[in-house]
Write a protein that binds this ligand. Structure first.
Ligand code: NAI
Length: 310
């Protein structure tokens, strides 16, 4: 297994180190446009091997030839948000970067699975899908795992119970229009609605929607990266170990939930072939409407990129 991480910034470097620590690949390549940064960070990570007890070969580069024959490529290259910015504010700049990165990686890897992290997430996943010409099952966006982890952590804190017992998922686009699905949220099988009043649930849902901005406002000069990196690596772990996990991921829907040809967060089965199934679950009318509304925002942003992608 060879895993390449593009972008040696906060998310990329944190993810690369976690991939090595979890021994998910024999070879981990960290690539960035800035000279020295990926080399220095990767060497530092490699030197933690004897203490962390991993043997992965991990190295940094600015040369795409070093990414040749990667099985999985995690794309984190691009700008992150600053206070007051929405994810959509990153659109044109990051679309240009993701287009170039995808073109370059595809020169050296013929059939990788791409996991997208760069924002605005669903749109960048679409850009990479179009440029890579890979089957839709092999280009996957990371957002729902993170948004769900945030929701689960807030619920655990509120109820003072173990995070392990919280099942929850967040669907839709990775933005203010995301759709936390309360109906299927449970604590060791007990519906959330049995344990918290509606007002409290609403406030946790609201905090989840604004979870990214909460951290941006603290950091001032960048966005979250520990939970995002952990979320992306959870998806990589599911692929490497063919775990058939059910995770909310951004995928190209083809008729499911009444939506077509748009990348959006829905529950999927994820294993060695990437996305192996899209699960269509029952949503109530308001949730379905919110999901479609979220998809239409993604769609209109994608159509603005027609010139760039041609
Ligand atoms: P960062 O600024 O720390 O790192 C980005 C890295 O990309 C930098 O090292 C930069 O030199 C590199 N880069 C820029 N252009 C490049 C190119 N053409 N080729 C190769 N590398 C290039 O940013 P951070 O915090 O790591 O975030 C990365 C992206 O991930 C941002 O777009 C951010 O919004 C997004 N993000 C998405 C999340 C999600 O849930 N999907 C969660 C957190 C961040």
């Amino acid at each position: 297994m060879k895993i390449t991480v593009i972008g040696a910034g906060h998310v990329g470097a944190t993810a690369a180190h976690r991939i090595a620590e979890m021994q998910l690949a024999k070879e981990v390549v960290l690539l960035d446009i800035v000279e020295g940064i990926p080399q220095g960070k990767a060497l530092d990570m490699y030197e933690s091997g004897p203490i962390g007890l991993f043997d992965s070969k991990i190295y940094g580069t600015n040369d795409y030839q070093d990414t040749a024959d990667s099985d999985i490529i995690l794309i984190t290259a691009g700008m992150a948000r600053k206070p007051g910015m929405s994810r959509e504010d990153l659109l044109l700049k990051n679309a240009t970067i993701v287009k170039e990165v995808t073109d370059r990686i595809m020169q050296y890897s013929s059939n990788p699975i791409i996991i997208m992290v760069s924002n605005p997430l669903d749109i960048m996943t679409y850009v990479s899908y179009v440029r890579s010409k890979l089957p839709k099952e092999r280009v996957i966006g990371m957002a729902g795992v993170l948004d769900s982890a945030r929701f689960r952590s807030f619920i655990a804190e509120e109820l003072n119970v173990s995070m392990k017992d919280i099942n929850a998922f967040v669907l839709g686009g990775h933005g203010d229009s995301m759709v936390p699905v309360v109906k299927y949220t449970n604590i060791a099988g007990i519906p959330l609605t049995e344990l918290l009043c509606q007002e409290k649930i609403d406030s946790l849902v609201d905090r989840t929607r604004k979870g990214g901005a909460e951290i941006v406002n603290y950091l001032k000069d960048g966005s979250a990266y520990y939970a995002p990196a952990a979320s992306a690596v959870e998806m990589i772990d599911a692929i490497v170990h063919d775990r058939k996990r059910i995770l909310p991921c951004s995928t190209l829907v083809t008729g499911q939930y009444g939506m077509d040809n748009v990348f959006i967060g829905v529950p999927v089965k994820i294993g060695k072939n990437g996305i192996e199934e899209v699960l269509e679950i029952n949503l109530d009318t308001a949730e379905l409407e919110a999901l479609r509304q979220s998809a239409s925002i993604v769609e209109s942003n994608c159509s603005n990129l027609a010139d760039l992608l041609s």
